[in-house]
Design a binder for this molecule. Sequence first.
Ligand SMILES: Cc1cc2nc3c(=O)[nH]c(=O)nc-3n(C[C@H](O)[C@H](O)[C@H](O)COP(=O)(O)OP(=O)(O)OC[C@H]3O[C@@H](n4cnc5c(N)ncnc54)[C@H](O)[C@@H]3O)c2cc1C
Length: 413
Amino acid sequence: MPWRLLKYGLSKSHNEPRFFPDTKPLKPHYDVVIIGGGGHGMACAYYLAKEHGITNVAVLEQGYIGGGNTGRNTTIVRSNYLTPEGVRFYDTSVKLFEDLSDDFDLNIFYSTRGHFTLAHTDSALRTMRWRAEVNKHMGIASEVVDRQLIASEVPYMDLDCAGHSPVMGALYHAPGAVARHDAVAWGYARGAYNRGVEIHQKTRVTGIRTQGDKVCGVDTDRGRISCNQVVSMVAGSTPRITEMVGIRTPIEIFPLQACVTEPVKPFMNTIVVSGSLHVYVSQSSRGELVMGASVDPSVLHSTRSSFDFTEGLSDKMLDLFPFVSRLKMMRQWAGMSDITPDFAPIMGKTPLDGFYLDAGWGTWGFKATPVSGKTLAWTLANDRNHELIEPFRLSRFADFDLVGEKGAASVGH
Ligand SMILES: Cc1cc2nc3c(=O)[nH]c(=O)nc-3n(C[C@H](O)[C@H](O)[C@H](O)COP(=O)(O)OP(=O)(O)OC[C@H]3O[C@@H](n4cnc5c(N)ncnc54)[C@H](O)[C@@H]3O)c2cc1C
């Protein structure tokens, strides 16, 4: 348990100190500029300072810390992916997550719940078996379970799904967890700031300057900066940044929506995902049901939310959990998901010297926050891709060397 939590709990006054003071003027030069103050940008800054002693770093965020997809996601953390490359990568992240509250001395409310991915068809069950075998081979707790076990763990669920598409079994992943997403971003931000990193909110990157085939600086709406290395960690805004340096990626942007209900007494200890029905749900520590679906059907750079989403989600949720029909939906929102053709990220060096990418996080990048920050920091410090991210290099699309994760990453964030 973080000591600050105990101190805070026992104290009569609750004067929480500011995480860091207001923005200073930009310096004319930084060694590293990180574009994007989401969880990934903050984690990269933190590990650069903590593990590599690189502190002449500026994180430039056009809005506020965690205001992008980091503060909009449904916080599912898991490692039961389909490919060995994916499993190894996300498992490293799960292990980092488990220690983050102590590392930050800030409670990120990491809560291991267990994660069910329901199978309603023979083919879904076959994919679950495949995933379970890959997972077990990589030492990850993952198994196919029958209806009886599901019924005992999720007693309120209608396994017959109102007769439409009965549940046949599920992939059960005991380490599946949730965490407070904004605490993760703020914990990394404070850790980076305390080690000398500058965090500039309300600072938008408008251009990237190059000299020959090397990066030499960035233009912002607060002035021009020179730097040696630039890393783009902007998720749904990636195409706007890569356009600035003439790099093409196969990323497409789709809105991804989610919602929460009013809070109710705790009744659901696990995370439940149905790929076939395109819904997933968990219960937050406040008691709200946090629910979502897969991405909207059309490419769109927008965070508007729609009635189509609410209607479709409610329809499927009521098949699985009929009793939630009387719950009020309190909030609904959307983020912009950067989706790649193989549902795996794009990370590391690019053809432009000194320019690095961390993108293609689609619907699944919150869980990768610690590992992406750590491996990108290593990659910047050593100017070569960390071994864990080498499979996710941009050139894999030209080499036809894809990391096919669609079966494990589309609805099951
Ligand atoms: C509804 C929803 C549910 C999700 N559920 C899950 C889940 O359960 N589990 C999971 O693992 N993942 C989930 N995700 C995906 C996850 O949220 C993202 O992949 C992850 O948060 C990406 O983090 P990031 O730091 O890379 O990006 P972001 O948090 O989006 O940060 C990027 C930042 O870059 C800034 N920026 C953009 N352009 C510029 C510029 N020109 N100059 C300066 N700053 C700029 C933006 O303002 C933004 O703050 C979900 C996403 C959504 C939308």
